[in-house]
Design a protein around this ligand. Structure first.
Ligand SMILES: [Zn+2]
Length: 257
C-alpha cells in the first residue's frame, strides 16, 4: 500500500487560505489524510502497533470514550465546560504521547494530526496558568478568548473512536508489530519557534530559539521532518538538529497555508 505522496503532503502544508476558509473552524486537513491512511493500512493488515504505540493509542482511546460527568440539573454553562474539558483532555493526552518520543513514526503522524485538529482546546476550558506556558494561535481568523467550536470538535469523536479502537485491536498478545513507512514532510515557516521547559510543577520557561550560526530567530525556516526527528534549515544555510524543540512546538505552530 502506498503512503500519501509528497504531492499530497505539499498540498496539506501549502494549501491556500481560500481553501481553509471552506474547511471549517478546525485544522483537520492532516487528520483527514492520516486517519484515511491509517484505515487503509489497517484494512490491508499492514499496521500492527508496537507496545509503545499500543500504550499511547489506549490512553488516547480512554480519553476519547470518557463519559461526560452526570450532573443532574447542572447549568448549561457547566455542561458546556464539561464537554470542552473532555476535548481538552484528549488533546493533552495526545500531545503528551506525541512529545514523549516513544511511539513509531506512523503513530506520531496520527497523534500529531489529532492534536492539530483539537488545538482550539489548548486554552479551553482551562488555559495554561503560567505565562511562559505554550500558547498557539488556535483557529485561523479568530481572536484569542473566542469560545472553541465544541460541536465541531465532538463531531470528530465517532470516527476517532472507531479508528483508535481498530488500532489498539492490532496489538493483541502474540502478534508481531508491523510498522508501515511514513512519508517525510517539509514546510516553510516564518516566525519564532519557542522552546518550553518545565523546571517545576506549574512553572514554565520559554525561549525563542535562534540559529546557531547567524542567531536569526524569525526564519524563514525550512522544517524537514520524518516523524522521528525534525531539522530546521535557516535562511543562512545552517541546518540544525540540536534545536531542543519538541515536535509539538514545531508542528502546532505551522500555519495551514
Ligand atoms: Zn542562520
Amino acid at each position: 500500500m502506498a503512503g500519501p505522496s509528497d504531492v499530497e503532503y505539499a498540498f496539506v502544508l501549502n494549501v491556500s487560505e481560500k481553501v481553509i476558509a471552506l474547511s471549517g473552524p478546525l485544522l483537520t486537513r492532516a487528520l483527514t489524510l492520516e486517519s484515511g491512511r491509517a484505515r487503509q493500512l489497517l484494512a490491508a493488515g499492514e499496521w500492527r502497533l508496537t507496545p509503545a504505540d499500543a500504550e499511547a493509542a489506549a490512553a488516547v482511546l480512554a480519553r476519547l470514550t470518557a463519559p461526560l460527568p452526570a450532573r443532574r440539573g447542572a447549568a448549561a454553562r457547566t455542561r458546556a465546560t464539561d464537554r470542552d474539558r473532555r476535548l481538552q483532555r484528549i488533546l493533552r493526552t495526545t500531545v503528551h504521547h506525541l512529545d514523549a518520543d516513544a511511539v513509531s513514526p506512523p503513530a506520531t503522524a496520527l497523534l500529531a494530526a489529532v492534536a492539530r485538529a483539537l488545538l482550539p482546546w489548548h486554552d479551553a476550558p482551562n488555559p495554561p496558568t503560567a505565562s511562559a506556558a505554550p500558547r498557539y494561535a488556535t483557529t485561523p481568523g479568530t481572536a484569542e478568548g473566542v469560545a472553541p467550536p465544541t460541536q465541531a470538535g465532538e463531531a470528530l469523536l465517532p470516527d476517532l473512536i472507531a479508528l483508535f479502537t481498530a488500532l489498539t485491536a492490532t496489538s493483541a498478545p502474540g502478534t508481531v508489530p508491523l510498522t508501515p513507512p511514513v512519508e517525510p514532510w517539509q514546510a516553510r515557516y516564518v516566525g519564532g519557534f519557542r522552546r518550553h521547559t518545565r523546571p517545576a510543577p506549574g512553572v514554565w520557561t520559554a525561549e525563542t530559539i535562534g540559529c546557531p550560526r547567524c542567531g536569526g530567530k524569525d526564519g524563514p525556516w525550512t522544517v524537514t521532518c520524518d516523524w522521528r526527528q525534525a531539522t530546521l534549515g535557516c535562511r543562512c544555510g545552517m541546518v540544525s538538529r540540536e534545536h531542543g524543540l519538541s515536535l509539538s512546538e514545531i508542528w502546532l505552530v505551522l500555519p495551514e497555508a
